[in-house]
Design a protein around this ligand. Structure first.
Ligand code: MN3
Length: 198
């Protein structure tokens, strides 16, 4: 059985950038729903019960057709949100330093140029989806709850949820304002650790 992970911080950890109300709904309701529906799919296809989420999402063709779209959407939702909570930091971290900071500067020219590219990608997601930073420091986007691993790419080192449920209460339709706020809570320490391991 998959379970909803606890957060490493309080619902009110992000102050003016992401409200307590959003964090509560996003974690306790949206993410919980992904977990519940994923578990229901595994119950309906018990041959999957020993597989990890990465195994399931990394090879969706091997998932029985009757539960494949549920595993893709709700399994993806569980997988993406579990990492998304880690990608948020209650203390503002500014710019990444070390190898990751140097790598981004080398690839994009400056951290600001990287931010501009990532912002553009986030705003370019039509409807619901995600923007990702991959271990080769390229930027990817996925629709719905897809994760790059389902397309044969490596596990992202950072990602931003641009579903309306992630920002509408605070920013209404202004996704650009949400993305601008998110830079203040991006967890570069987590990204740097994942970059090193990858
Ligand atoms: Mn979400």
């Amino acid at each position: 059985m998959f379970t909803l992970p606890d957060l490493d911080y309080g619902y009110d950890a992000f102050g003016k950038y992401i409200s307590k109300d959003i964090m509560e709904l996003h974690h306790d309701k949206h993410h919980q729903t992904y977990v519940d529906k994923l578990n229901a799919a595994i119950e309906a296809a018990p041959e999957l019960k020993d597989k990890s989420l990465e195994e399931l999402l990394g090879n969706l063709d091997a998932v029985p057709e009757k539960v494949r779209s549920v595993v893709r959407n709700h399994g993806g939702g569980h997988y993406n949100h579990t990492m998304f909570w880690k990608f948020l930091s209650p203390t503002e971290q500014g710019e990444p330093s070390g190898e990751l900071g140097a790598g981004l500067k080398q690839k994009y020219g400056s951290f600001q140029a990287f931010m501009d590219e990532f912002t553009k990608a986030s705003l370019g997601v039509f409807g619901s989806g995600w923007a990702w930073l991959l271990p080769d420091l390229s930027i990817a986007t996925t629709p719905n709850q897809d994760n790059p691993i389902s397309g044969g790419q490596p596990v992202p080192i950072l990602g931003l949820d641009v579903w309306e449920h992630a920002y509408y209460l605070d920013y209404t339709y202004k996704r650009a304002d949400y993305v601008a706020a998110w830079w203040h809570v991006a967890n570069w320490q987590e990204a740097a650790e994942r970059f090193k391991k990858a």
